[in-house]
Write a protein that binds this ligand. Structure first.
Ligand SMILES: Nc1nc2c(c(=O)[nH]1)N[C@H]1C(S)=C(S)[C@@H](COP(=O)(O)OP(=O)(O)OC[C@H]3O[C@@H](n4cnc5c(=O)[nH]c(N)nc54)[C@H](O)[C@@H]3O)O[C@H]1N2
Ligand SMILES: Nc1nc2c(c(=O)[nH]1)N[C@H]1C(S)=C(S)[C@@H](COP(=O)(O)OP(=O)(O)OC[C@H]3O[C@@H](n4cnc5c(=O)[nH]c(N)nc54)[C@H](O)[C@@H]3O)O[C@H]1N2
Ligand SMILES: [Mo]
Length: 760
């Protein structure tokens, strides 16, 4: 059998009347439709076909008219000319400014295959030419990745260790979700999905009688096919609600003192804060109600249930992509520690079931193949979401995880496998910052907003045009992804593009180690095969693997209970924290002296939320969650994504009362605006969002109309703030965003997001 793999699943490759046809993987109980349309003509029309250079850059060289980026046409050139120009430009920048002037962070969700993973390729390449400014952490988990190792364990470890679904069905009695368990998000896993399991996992729990409570501004992100109690929660209010729950549990004397003493440090300090002994404010459910909008009786009733049942607390990642995003995560761990069920089957906390398919699988933790990246000679880095700050403020200081750092002065941006004009907040600000570098090189498959704004665009193949090994740890499958179609236009694999540039730069041997792409695949496979063999997992040789197409690893399944070894014996199996225990208070973080992230979880008023002064002008809290019909901006022009739009624009969901108050009706084109920007969207009126909240999912290709200043397609990052979550993590705060919605002010124009640029 032949397969092609992607972050959203494995697809079988067959032959249709008009060419290759993709069908879902037959062993997948709940396949994602997202990838079925990868061959759609609508998508193909947006492919980059030949190397392209921005006109002014080609005519006048690096730094020419940066204000025209995204606004002028390109000239198509040969591969030889394009790769020579890139090699020469890297050389110029290195000699004139050093490798610290090259930003190669290149964040993004490129290919699921492990060899053709664009990030690995670009980092390896840039290391062979002397290094680059890297990024730390992710947009997904900016705050949590920095916080969690201080207080429990790294996010990567925790994600691999989630208590398995069957264990939850057998032992959990009450599942309390902050932000749901969005099955729409579990269509996906970084590196590929084997069998989609979240819907079945939830259903089995419901059938086993588990009670579900969803504390969330939206109702439709937890579907168990059974009853779910929805507690509408003002966005950004979760930490207050959790403190209210903690207070009620403590007041009833239901907190597990033995667990807190045996497995945690810092409880007394937090207890003094909770009761108000240290700051004069007891964090009562009544106190919380004024902040989070949940009536105190409801909080007390839930606290009593949580204390009397085997309770799993799940927190969505979205909660930490917000002002002070560390706090809801730290408070989740603290609340679970108070219940004393961490490490017991069906109890404790999850971070987060549903964010990807992976969490809760019983599959073996095996290391997939990865391309060695070499050593980066440049020390300078940025927290990933501080890119616009870096470009706008070279030489300015910033704090990160307790350290003091300085923004480098970037002259060259090199991107492969990500779309900053999808993922960054306040895209008008990024557009300005984007004018600073002298040169921007992008490898892309599609004419995305980032490709439009580059100086040199090099066409990359998709996973459907190459052979690769696809394996995400915990997916229980090892899959050979095989070519489905010929490369589109003159597209080349990222690896081949870098090889050609390396040849012009005189470092081809260092980059390839004398291996062809095929040699690399065999080599990476053999390394993996040897290391798995040492763990008792035998794989066939590479050719037999290619022949088989997919290898099922579920025979090696090992159902898990998160942190069970630690709970059983904290001295024998300590956590990787400074104390070896769960840190309800952290001396390390307290020692950093960061005002917006002190040494234990606290309520800190979000900068932007319904309780802020700005809410008098912008009374709607806009959530920009992950899109159900695509992966971020990927495949947005596909028929499946288009089918979810309203008049070709991204839908914005609004409560019926809010719509009525504004005289707006379902299906109307509306303008969403705040001080940072304006965008058009298609109104969907729905009782699934609470009053005062609107939801505009991410990923509509950014289409800014310079004439009117309006984004025409419904991209929420025209409106979000580019503000760090805290001085600890510097994470992104996409979810802390206030807007207002009205009928469009200017005449409505069709969007041009999917139109490739003009070519000379
Ligand atoms: N407002 C708001 N913004 C958000 C978020 C939010 O919740 N709200 N979420 C954030 C999160 S969690 C994330 S992870 C980011 C996601 O941000 P990104 O990962 O940057 O988004 P993608 O659309 O997946 O972009 C991947 C790009 O890589 C290209 N690509 C794919 N495969 C290859 C390849 O093999 N080679 C090359 N050269 N290119 C390839 C695709 O065409 C696509 O343009 O967005 C963040 N932005
Ligand atoms: N289909 C699809 N799946 C995806 C992705 C995709 O683009 N498409 N992206 C993947 C990636 S990169 C990531 S990082 C994960 C992200 O996973 P998450 O961050 O967990 O996903 P979101 O959909 O942004 O948010 C989850 C839920 O939290 C709710 N929420 C938002 N703010 C608050 C709040 O203040 N309080 C409470 N209680 N709830 C809130 C949202 O309404 C939403 O229903 O998803 C992954 N899965
Ligand atoms: Mo993400």
């Amino acid at each position: 059998m032949r397969y092609t793999t992607a972050h959203w699943g494995i697809y079988e490759v067959g032959q249709g009347a008009k060419g290759p046809r993709l069908t879902p993987f037959r062993d997948d109980p709940d396949p994602s439709p997202i990838g079925l349309h990868q061959l759609a003509p609508e998508l193909m029309a947006t492919r980059v076909r030949r190397p392209a250079i921005r006109r002014s850059w080609l005519e006048d060289g690096p730094g020419a008219h940066p204000e025209r980026r995204g606004r002028e046409g390109f000239a198509e050139v040969s591969w030889d000319e394009a790769t020579r120009l890139v090699a020469a430009e890297i050389d110029r920048v290195r000699k004139a400014h050093g490798n610290e002037a090259i930003f190669g962070g290149s964040y993004g969700w490129a290919s699921a295959g492990r060899f053709h993973h664009a990030q690995s390729q670009i980092h390896r390449f840039l290391n062979t030419v002397g290094g680059y400014v890297a990024h730390r952490d992710s947009y997904s988990l900016g705050a949590a990745r920095v916080l969690m190792p201080h207080i429990v364990a790294s996010m990567d470890e925790l994600m691999k260790d989630h208590t398995s679904w069957p264990v939850l069905a057998d032992h959990c009695e009450l599942f309390v979700a902050f932000g749901g368990v969005p099955a729409k998000n579990a269509q996906i896993a970084a590196g590929g999905v084997g069998r989609h399991q979240v819907r079945a996992g939830l259903r089995a729990m419901a059938q086993a009688g588990v009670e579900f409570v969803n504390i969330s501004p939206v109702a439709d992100n937890l579907d168990t096919s059974g009853p779910v109690e929805w507690i509408p929660m003002r966005p950004g209010g979760d930490t207050a609600m959790m403190l209210g729950l903690a207070f009620a549990i403590h007041e009833a004397g239901a907190h597990d003192v033995a667990f807190l003493e045996r497995c945690c440090v810092g409880w007394p300090l937090f207890e003094a804060y909770l009761t108000g002994r240290s700051d004069g404010t007891p964090k009562t459910p009544e106190w919380a109600a004024a902040l989070c909008g949940v009536p105190a009786e409801r909080t007390r009733a839930l606290a009593a249930r949580m204390a009397s049942k085997r309770t799993m607390i799940n927190v969505a990642w979205a909660l930490q992509r917000a002002d002070h995003g560390e706090q809801p995560f730290w408070m989740t761990v603290t609340l679970a520690a108070m219940l004393g069920q961490i490490g017991l089957p069906g109890g404790g906390f999850g971070v987060c079931y549903g964010a990807e398919n992976t969490m809760g699988t019983p599959h073996a933790k095996l290391r997939g193949p990865s391309l060695p990246q070499g050593r980066n000679a440049v020390r300078a880095f940025i927290p990933v979401a501080r890119i616009a700050d870096m470009l706008l403020n070279p030489g300015a200081p910033f704090r990160y995880n307790g350290g003091d750092h300085v923004y480098p002065d970037i002259r060259l941006i090199y991107w492969a496998g990500g779309n900053p004009f999808h993922h960054h907040q306040d895209l008008a600000r990024l557009d300005k910052a984007w004018q600073k570098p002298e040169t921007i090189v992008v490898h892309e498959q599609f004419w995305t907003a980032a490709a439009h704004r580059a100086d040199i665009v090099l066409p990359a193949t998709t996973a459907m045009e190459r052979t690769d090994i696809s394996y995400a740890t915990l997916e229980g499958m090892l899959v050979a992804s095989t070519p489905v179609i010929e490369p589109v236009g003159e597209a080349l694999d990222d690896h081949e593009i870098f090889r050609r540039i390396a040849a012009h730069s005189g470092c081809e041997e260092a980059f390839t180690e004398g291996r062809s792409a095929d040699d690399w695949l065999r080599h990476l496979y053999d390394v993996m095969r040897r290391s798995w063999s040492a763990e008792g997992v035998e794989l066939p040789d590479f050719d037999a693997f290619l022949e088989a197409g997919a290898i099922d690893l579920s025979a090696h399944d090992t159902p898990r209970v998160m942190l069970s070894a630690f709970r059983a014996d904290p001295d024998a199996a300590p956590l990787p924290t400074p104390s070896g225990k769960i840190e309800i208070a952290s001396d390390t973080i307290a020692g950093f002296g960061i005002p917006d992230c002190p040494g234990h979880p606290v309520w800190l008023e979000p900068v932007e939320w319904a309780g802020a002064e700005a809410a008098s002008r912008y009374p709607l809290h806009m959530l920009s969650d992950q899109p159900a019909r695509r992966l971020h901006s990927q495949l947005d022009p596909s028929p499946y994504s288009l089918a979810g739009k309203v008049d070709g624009r991204e839908p914005i969901c609004m409560h019926p009362q809010d719509a009525a108050d504004r005289g707006l009706s379902d299906g109307a084109t509306v303008e969403v605006f705040n001080d940072r920007g304006r965008c058009l969207a298609g109104l969907r009126v729905s009782g699934d969002v609470m009053p005062g909240v609107v939801r505009l999912s991410t990923g509509a290709w950014y289409d800014y109309d310079a004439e009117t200043g309006v984004e025409r397609h419904g991209n929420p990052n025209a409106l979000t703030a580019d503000r760090p979550s805290s001085g600890l993590s510097q994470g992104c705060t996409a979810q802390s965003c206030l807007v207002e919605v009205r009928a469009p002010v200017d005449p409505v124009k069709a969007h041009r997001a999917f139109v490739p640029p003009a070519f000379a």
